[in-house]
Design a protein around this ligand. Structure first.
Ligand SMILES: CC(C)(COP(=O)(O)OP(=O)(O)OC[C@H]1O[C@@H](n2cnc3c(N)ncnc32)[C@H](O)[C@@H]1OP(=O)(O)O)[C@@H](O)C(=O)NCCC(=O)NCCS
Length: 219
């Protein structure tokens, strides 16, 4: 029960950074998410299997209910700032934290995907990783992060090394490397400073006021 509460903690959370806004993954996001995951390139980069739209809805529901997973959709903040642009049109990727060891709730695996190629290489990956690690540390009590990355995915490996992740293991069979970091207080200060790079708001209220800005009043 405690874990369930912990992982559903983000269901009304919106995190606002400089270039991105993170919102909880909900059913409205599924069609676009499914469209992304039909790309063989993304399937390879994220080691994912193709799913039908129905399976993707099931997956979204299970991620929402799972007691060990916390997922946000990444939005382009500039687009999102214009309330006439539907939230789904602002989607650029997703980020997950999930607990991998039931006996150690301070250990989590991190996954990130900037799905839309146009948005890669512009600093979004770094910003989202910083926000998600910070959220994980402060809201979920996580101190140890791990990532599994395909050996050919040099960009992702380089990015996580910037966050002081080090190689923990390498599987030639799966062509995958596991990187990890334990966040000490000193490293936390170095990576996140005073945390003024991120604002937290209530997702429901923010979404409603965004919708109200341009929904014409019915007479
Ligand atoms: C990997 C990924 C998350 C990185 O996010 P991004 O927004 O493209 O990267 P950023 O612009 O924030 O750059 C982060 C770091 O990645 C590296 N990097 C980014 N683009 C690069 C490029 N074209 N060539 C080499 N290194 C690059 C750099 O080290 C960079 O840090 P720097 O700008 O301080 O030098 C993103 O490219 C992605 O989602 N790719 C597809 C899915 C995927 O691979 N997910 C990860 C699975 S583990």
């Amino acid at each position: 029960m405690k874990l369930l509460l912990i992982m559903r903690i983000n269901e009304d959370t919106l995190l606002e950074g400089d270039k991105v806004v993170l919102v909880p993954y909900n059913a409205d996001h599924v069609p676009r998410y499914h469209q992304w995951m039909c790309s063989p390139d993304l399937q390879k980069l994220t080691a994912s299997e193709p799913l039908t739209l129905e399976q993707e809805y099931d997956m979204q529901r299970s991620w929402r209910e799972d007691d060990d997973k916390c997922t946000f959709i990444i939005l382009d903040k500039q687009k999102w700032a214009d309330p006439t642009v539907a939230e789904q049109e602002c989607m650029v990727g997703d980020v997950n934290i999930f607990l991998t060891d039931p006996s150690d709730p301070s250990l989590a695996e991190l996954e990130i995907m900037i799905a839309v190629p146009f948005y890669r290489g512009k600093g979004l990956g770094k910003e989202v990783t910083r926000m998600m690690m910070c959220y994980g540390i402060h809201k979920l009590g996580i101190r140890k992060f791990e990532v599994k990355i395909g050996l050919d995915n040099k960009i992702s490996i380089a990015m996580f090394k910037k966050f002081h992740f080090k190689e923990l293991s390498l599987s030639e069979v799966f062509r995958e490397v596991t990187l990890g970091v334990t966040v000490s207080e000193a490293l936390e200060k170095l990576l996140f400073g005073n945390m003024d790079f991120m604002l937290q708001r209530e997702y429901g209220k923010t979404r409603d006021s965004r919708l109200a800005t341009f929904t014409p009043l019915s007479l």
